[in-house]
Design a protein around this ligand. Structure first.
Ligand SMILES: Cc1cc2nc3c(=O)[nH]c(=O)nc-3n(C[C@H](O)[C@H](O)[C@H](O)COP(=O)(O)OP(=O)(O)OC[C@H]3O[C@@H](n4cnc5c(N)ncnc54)[C@H](O)[C@@H]3O)c2cc1C
Length: 237
């Protein structure tokens, strides 16, 4: 873990509820794809956010913060970042946390699974895999409630088009008639597309209630527990 000060260089909306925050650390940072950072609000108040940017960008960190509700955990974090941005003050970060970072296993295909802002966690991995020319299949599933929440759809379509072994599959839970892709829960779409998850390394992020359900359903669908990764596992039974 690296303790650093950083300037907040920009905060911009990605959707009505999700904000992109870019940070410039005072020193070069080292982390692995899939790591998270903690925004330090107080000695005992540290807020976890996945690092969306790829590890090769040592001088920039990108976060995607889903914040609704005036006094929520995420909204308070966003306010702290906004204040720092306005006052050109620095924020304190603990960078390079977690145990669910990407492992490169050249024998195994990969499923990257994101629910909502869990996108941030797997985005870093997707970009890193492209950078290292990973040649096993990589299936990137992104599930959202409404199609309007797919704020990086075009970017991910371009990512998938860049390699023949990459696929991007957006899944909309409550789709309108104009939506032609998968609908419902994102992990059900994975199980519809893939007969057995036994050969895969699976990385997942989303709401805690989602992750518990996905873990159990995927194990029943052949996934091997030792090849499933999610930092949320530490918070759920
Ligand atoms: C280490 C760590 C890092 C984190 N990093 C971030 C971060 O960077 N940014 C951030 O905003 N939050 C972060 N969080 C918090 C948490 O990951 C988010 O609250 C979560 O991803 C929010 O999802 P959402 O509300 O956008 O999803 P929703 O919009 O509620 O759901 C999106 C999709 O997820 C699936 N889904 C949701 N619920 C279920 C269910 N019960 N069963 C099956 N599928 C379901 C569906 O496909 C649904 O369409 C982090 C948490 C931890 C522990």
């Amino acid at each position: 873990m690296q303790l650093v000060k950083a300037q907040v260089t920009a905060i911009s909306p990605l959707t009505e509820f999700v904000h992109k925050v870019t940070l410039k650390p005072d020193v070069a940072v080292t982390f692995e794809a899939g790591h998270y950072l903690q925004l330090v609000l107080g000695e005992k108040d540290k807020r976890a956010f996945s690092i969306a940017s790829r590890p090769s960008l040592h001088n920039e960190l990108e976060l995607h913060i889903g914040a609704s509700g005036a006094d929520s955990y995420a909204m308070q974090s966003l306010e702290h970042l906004r204040d720092a941005h306005t006052n050109t003050a620095s924020v304190t970060l603990e960078v390079g946390l977690g145990v669910s970072q990407l492992r490169i296993d050249k024998q195994r295909p990969i499923v990257l699974l994101a629910g909502g802002t869990g996108f941030s966690y797997v985005k870093s991995m997707a970009d890193h895999l492209a950078e290292i020319n990973f040649d096993q299949p990589v299936l990137f599933y992104w599930g959202v409630k409404e199609a309007s929440a797919l704020y990086a759809k075009q970017e991910m379509e371009a990512w998938a088009a860049s390699r023949k072994n990459f696929q991007f599959i957006p899944v909309v839970e409550n789709a309108s008639d104009s939506w032609s892709g998968h609908t419902g829960y994102v992990h059900k779409a994975v199980m519809k597309d893939i007969v057995s998850l036994e050969p895969y390394c699976i990385y997942m992020a989303g709401r805690f209630d989602m992750i518990g359900i996905v873990r159990d359903d995927f194990i029943n669908h052949g996934a091997e527990r030792e090849h499933m990764y999610a930092d949320a596992f530490a918070f759920i039974k």
